[in-house]
Structure formats: structure tokens, C-alpha cells
Design a protein around this ligand. Structure first.
Ligand code: THG
Length: 285
């Protein structure tokens, strides 16, 4: 199963057997007060710098979120997308739950976007999926519905199945649906990561679609979070995760991903690993 996300000039392939796709998480004002204030003031210089830094660190795709309380989200999202597409050719993942913002962003985006996201709620499915189809995008399906987030992996798989079936009814092929089995913090529930990992195994076995995770969620509330995130990623890759929203500018995270690709057989002859090593060695000279 291959999902292809595109900018005007670049295509990224997401799929088992391919190098793991790193989606840069940093263009997101949640938990970044300064970034949010600047976005509201119309200053997108930090967005530009953070986009460039993530791409330089190896991000294949960038997540773009402009959700600031009291901000004009459609306008800020369009501004962020235009700012990024001016300086970089990486494809984008448009992160919003506001319909007007999604529609505006898809209109402004050049390429085949990844829409982040739709849930299994009928009302959401029947609003978001027609947009995904209209703009020939791909979509992330979150494994929760009107009953909330289940702790039962089987229930999450059922929601995933429902999203894939509803997408098909709108003419969206299953390779254009990436399921998010929902990553929650282990600080609140010690079984949270296990439940998500088990969901991943079941989705891989029964549905075979690509899967995504907001990997940094797993460690909210803990100190020294990178190590926890870094432990989670290879476990999830082994369970079928094929891409993640993560921070490639964090060397711990980016190197655990590159190393896991070697170990998983996704990086033949370790050529990406070796190329990256040489690049780092040259930069340190
Ligand atoms: N699934 C999907 N989309 C998502 C998520 C998901 N989008 C948002 C989020 N979860 C993934 N993105 C982030 C981005 C940042 C952080 C966590 C998840 C994060 N930020 C630091 C903080 O809040 O402490 C701030 C970093 C800084 O100050 O520089 O942890 O699960 N589909």
C-alpha cells in the first residue's frame, strides 16, 4: 500500500518497505505562545525559519497548524502555507479541524495535500471527505468517533474500517486514507502506548493501510521527553507505523528513525544512514 503526497514539484511515498516518512511537527502554535502571537500579528518569519530548519534536518513533509484561540485560522493557515511553499518544495500536511480553514488551505495549496484530519463521526466524515475528493488530497482518519476514544484496540479498528469504507463511498481509494490509531500520553495512562501499539498491529493485519502517529504526544507531562518519544518510534515502526508527525530537528529522534530504517530493511545497504553520517561529519569539520 503506497500513499503519495505531492507539492508542485516533489512526491513523497509513504508505505511499508520505504524509508519512514518524517512529518515535521513544529509549525504548530499549540504550546508555543510566541509563535501563536506572531501568527496573529501577521509575522510569519518564525514559520519560515522553522520550516527551513526542519527540511534541512530531513523532514519529508511538514505539518502546518494555525490554530490559535481568537485567531483568524483560515487566513493564518493560508499565510503559513504560502510562506512555506515559497521557500521549500516539501509537500504539506494541513492540520485543522475547522472546516473553513481546511477549505481555504486546500484552495491555496499547490499539490496533493495530506488533510489532517477526519474522525469516524458521521457529521465529520460527510463534511471533510467531499473536500478531500474535490481537491484530490489524501486524508488522515483518527480512530475515534462520537463515543470518544476507546481503550479497546478492536473498537479503534472498527472506527478505522468505517472511515475507510466511507472514504470509498466518496471515491477516495484506501491508499489515500492514512489511519491514526491515536497516540496519548503514558503519563495519564500506563497502558496508553500498549493499546495504541496493539491497534497498529491489528490494523496492519486486517486493513493493511498506512498509519501515522503524533509521536510526541506519548510523552506529554514527563521530563526528558525526547527519550520517551525515541523509544516509542521503533516500537511503533515494528507494529506497522509508516510515518509520524515528529521533530526531525531533534537529533535523538531523527537518528533513531534513520537507524530503525536500517534495522527494518527500509534503507538498503544503509545508504541513507551513511549519507547522513557523511553530511554530519562534513558539517562538524
Ligand atoms: N495526530 C494527528 N495530528 C496531530 C497529532 C496527532 N497534530 C498535532 C499533534 N498531535 C502532533 N504535533 C505535535 C507538535 C508539538 C508537540 C507535540 C505534538 C510538542 N510541542 C512542545 C510542547 O507542547 O511542549 C513545544 C515545543 C517547543 O516549544 O518548541 O510536544 O496525534 N493526526
Amino acid at each position: 500500500m503506497e500513499t503519495i503526497i505531492k507539492s508542485k514539484t516533489k512526491s513523497v511515498v509513504i508505505g511499508a518497505g520505504h524509508p519512514f516518512v518524517m512529518i515535521g511537527e513544529r509549525i504548530n502554535p499549540t504550546g508555543r505562545k510566541k509563535l501563536g502571537e506572531e501568527m496573529i500579528a501577521g509575522d510569519f518569519s518564525r514559520v519560515e525559519r522553522d520550516a527551513a530548519a526542519q527540511v534541512a534536518a530531513g523532514a519529508h513533509i511538514l505539518d502546518v497548524n494555525a490554530g490559535v484561540p481568537l485567531g483568524d485560522e483560515p487566513e493564518m493557515l493560508i499565510n503559513a502555507i504560502r510562506t512555506i511553499q515559497k521557500i521549500s518544495d516539501v509537500p504539506l500536511c494541513i492540520d485543522s479541524s475547522v472546516m473553513d480553514a481546511l477549505e481555504a488551505a486546500l484552495g491555496a495549496y499547490e499539490g496533493k495535500a495530506l488533510v489532517n484530519s477526519v474522525t469516524g463521526e458521521d457529521e465529520r466524515l460527510d463534511r471533510v471527505l467531499p473536500l478531500v475528493k474535490k481537491y484530490n488530497a489524501a486524508v488522515i482518519g483518527l480512530a475515534n468517533d462520537e463515543t470518544g476514544i476507546s481503550n479497546d484496540p478492536e473498537e479503534r479498528v472498527r472506527v478505522a474500517e468505517k472511515i475507510i469504507a466511507r472514504a470509498a463511498s466518496y471515491g477516495i481509494p484506501r491508499e489515500d486514507v492514512i489511519i491514526d490509531p491515536l497516540t496519548m500520553t503514558v503519563a495519564a495512562d500506563p497502558q496508553a502506548a500498549r493499546n495504541t501499539l496493539e491497534t497498529m498491529r491489528m490494523i496492519r493485519e486486517h486493513l493493511g493501510v498506512n498509519m501515522i502517529a503524533g509521536a510526541s504526544n506519548v510523552s506529554f507531562g514527563l521530563p526528558d521527553r525526547s527519550w520517551v518519544n525515541a523509544g516509542y518510534l521503533p516500537m511503533a515502526m515494528l507494529c506497522g507505523l509508516t510515518c509520524a508527525i515528529t521533530d526531525p530537528t531533534n537529533p535523538t529522534l531523527r537518528q533513531i528513525i534513520l537507524a530503525s530504517d536500517v534495522l527494518m530493511g527500509n534503507d538498503e545497504y544503509a545508504s541513507n544512514w551513511i549519507a547522513d553520517f557523511r553530511k554530519r561529519a562534513a558539517a562538524n569539520k
